[in-house]
Design a protein. Structure first.
Lengths: 475, 475
């Protein structure tokens, strides 16, 4: 299906003619839970949802971003091309205003990276440097010390670690009994600093991912804040299995690590912002978006090309309606989320004086898995409106539990810290961490129907937030 | 489960004490299809099957081969270590005779390999040289010409190809409607020669594999036989999708290819042969085996460490019986199957004068997927015996269709050409070509229960062939 879809999609600008000229289908999704006739409101939402589910727009945008732009790690040429692409596409899609806001950050550079297991034989491992890591300054060869997790390393005596390469062998698994991302990721973010404090030479972690492919998962170490980190890398899960196995066999084992990477001055990229204006400037705008940067190893189709495509397509469907809604829709494509949420933090800093205009916000940064639940962090008074929204989302298979709080996401969370109400459209992420931050993040991993279900959910959310009179904050 | 199994298994030599001292379980698999009491013959097979299903032996052998030896491409240090490992393990497992027979072949060397898509931007692709390929002698940069399959390239006018890099974009898929391995692999084996005849500079193929990982599938080109081939490589399926998409967009696109590889003199490795002798030397021996060499990219756990472990473990279970069977069992671990079936061909050449003693043969070279069917190529007179064998295999979920002919396998097929009767234990290969010839061929891809079902099937086959009076040929 993907190949067929791509063949349809590659006809480059064809989608610009087709996708939003598609006549709204006569078959409406029924958002009425009982047998009463749909209200005009429900009927309009139903039309938007139907159009979203049938459109090629999001997939075409994602195809263009991954094919014409490719990887777009912050500060690279790909990043610059992505900014220009997004600005240009938003303009051609008919957003009323499109502008850039600069974001400056340390420029991290990845060069060559190799690791060899040395234990009677010398075996290359699937390795990748962690974002923000320093290099090894040539080839480093040292004994390995295995720790089950960050806590075990933190508890270790320095003598056990000094002069060695530390290996944190903490496996992430999904599912009810598994250890999720947040439980394991500390090894990646803080491990490099703890290893340095203990006198280690370098850190290697088991990839923070749920797959068994010989592809390592990159991702950033925490921001320095005056601390010193050792050179740090991740190895793939099968390589970590092997390393664990050889270490446990009791045979002598060393690691030969060479990382050519590091911070190379500063770079400036841009938050790319497009607005579909409302007809009542006093009523503020709903903030939606995703991050435009990606890691360099893959194409950033899932993380976060999908979010870029979903939110742009949803806003476009509303921009195409004959009349502007009451409130505006502001789509923010954030710069450099991956290496420290620079875009989200800079946007929050630059707009902190006008938070009242940001009536609420949401973020799409979990790939293209289907939306299964609505959650919100809003005022008590806004609960009834959220329940109305939940009713509109229900025909898409999206549930709602009033007890569940929104967490917002990395970028939007910076506005949440300033008191902005937040909405979550929670996605099925069961395959997300197989792909996350690896070379495998490519277009074939995106399912067209799932992507469009997201667009349908987002257009419902955006349309509702733009049209309601309800205030949602302070939460 | 894999990690737990490995933890058990890594206790290196413990399996040597444990696995075949395991008392035969009191719970027998019932090989009797009706409610009659099992015959002594059926009871003994049932005990062997039960022991095979409960044993750690095959997994422990596979763990040792992949952990202690690792990749073992023909002619490399790993190959030499594998031969020594196999000889030593066969001896310690209690085979009555163990010996080596030399096999000489051209030594192919893989060095660095890179490919970049150049189309306004420059993007690294997941690439690997095909076995036997020559190098590019530095960086080659040229226009790409896409062909849907080998036939399309064969039909092409030379002018369309001259001075370009040819891209054969033929996707392998499994399942009823899919194109199987044999339908697609010609692009890899013969494509390099056809491309050379047409005047192309190099060949790049879509990986012959069913996965969507950013890992390229290697594999050999056909043996030269006086023909000239261009430098040849495979790119991963997602990279082939991208290349196809960019080419179809009509934008200018070039490939920058650098392959450092080639034939580097000759090397000698060994067929490692172990025999459990029979008590009637005149009655010949049943030939079973797998290939010991692997590709260099992965650990050769699936291809063909699994076959090595399965056939060694099955023979070992019979060697441990209190009495020797009538016929011998000869386990042959073939050298260099991957680059041209050198081990199988050399064994057939060296033993062609004594084919009568080879009463029949079988090969395990399809990973560790469960055995689902029995097939045979034997004489008319032997059909009843094969049906008896089928009855013994049935409790393992293995079916039998007398119309289905055995194809033997790459190495054993060389003996089939000399008239040796052949038996197939056909395996579920639905995941095999996701992994085949890639870096992903690692121990975690092997399921313990499936591996042991293979051992149970092989011990049944071996025990039956060693004990029956039946002659199986000429087919």
């Amino acid at each position: 299906m993907n190949t067929r879809t791509q063949r349809r999609a590659h006809k480059s600008l064809e989608f610009l003619k087709r996708a939003w000229l598609l006549p709204a289908s006569l078959v409406f999704l029924c958002s009425c839970q009982n047998s009463e006739a749909p209200t005009p409101l429900e009927k309009q939402v139903s039309e938007l949802q139907t159009e979203a589910l049938q459109s090629d727009l999001a997939f075409s945008l994602l195809h263009a971003l991954t094919t014409e732009v490719g990887p777009r790690m912050a500060g690279t040429d790909g990043d610059r091309r992505a900014v220009e692409w997004a600005r240009s596409i938003m303009t051609s899609l008919g957003f009323d205003q499109v502008w850039l806001e600069p974001v400056t950050f340390p420029k991290w550079r990845r060069g060559s990276e190799t690791a060899f297991l040395v234990t009677g034989y010398r075996l290359p491992l699937a390795v990748t440097a962690l974002g923000g890591s320093t290099g090894t300054d040539g080839v480093m060869r040292a004994e390995i010390e295995l720790f089950d997790d960050l806590q075990a390393l933190s508890n270790a005596d320095s003598q056990q670690v000094q002069g060695k390469i530390v290996f944190i062998n903490d496996r992430m698994s999904m599912g009810e009994k598994g250890r999720g991302y947040s439980q394991v990721v500390g090894g990646r973010t803080d491990g490099p600093y703890v290893a340095a404090e203990k006198g280690a030479l370098a850190l290697v972690i088991r990839s923070v991912g749920t797959d068994n492919n010989r592809l390592a998962h990159t991702g950033s170490i925490a921001l320095p804040q005056g601390r010193v980190a050792v050179p740090s890398a991740a190895i793939s899960n099968p390589d970590a299995d092997l390393l664990e196995s050889v270490i446990n066999s009791g045979k002598p084992v060393e690691l030969e690590l060479q990382l050519d990477c590091g911070i190379d001055g500063a770079a400036t990229s841009y938050n790319v912002i497009g607005e579909v204006t409302g007809n009542d400037p006093e009523s503020g705008y709903f903030v939606m978006g995703a991050h435009l940067d990606s890691w360099d190893l893959g194409m950033g189709a899932v993380d976060d090309g999908a979010g870029v495509a979903i939110t742009m397509a949803a806003a476009k469907l509303i921009a195409d309606l004959p009349e502007r809604a009451r409130r505006g829709l502001r789509v923010i494509l954030y710069a450099n989320e991956e290496q420290g949420i620079y875009g989200g933090r800079e946007y929050a800093r630059a707009h902190s004086h006008e938070m009242d205009a940001h009536i609420a916000g949401a973020e799409s940064d979990f790939g293209s898995g289907r939306v299964y639940a609505l959650a919100s962090t809003v005022s008590e008074e806004a609960q009834a409106a959220i329940e109305e929204l939940a009713g509109l989302l229900a025909p898409l298979g999206i549930s709602y539990d009033p007890e569940m709080q929104a967490y917002g996401g990395a970028d939007i969370g910076q506005l949440g810290l300033l008191g902005m109400p937040m909405i979550d459209l929670r996605q099925d992420a069961s395959l997300y961490f197989d792909i996350h931050h690896t070379a495998n993040d490519t277009l074939d991993k995106v399912n067209l129907d799932d992507l469009n279900q997201n667009v349908a959910a987002w257009v419902t959310l955006a349309w509702f937030m733009a049209n309601t009179d309800q205030a949602f904050g302070p939460p």
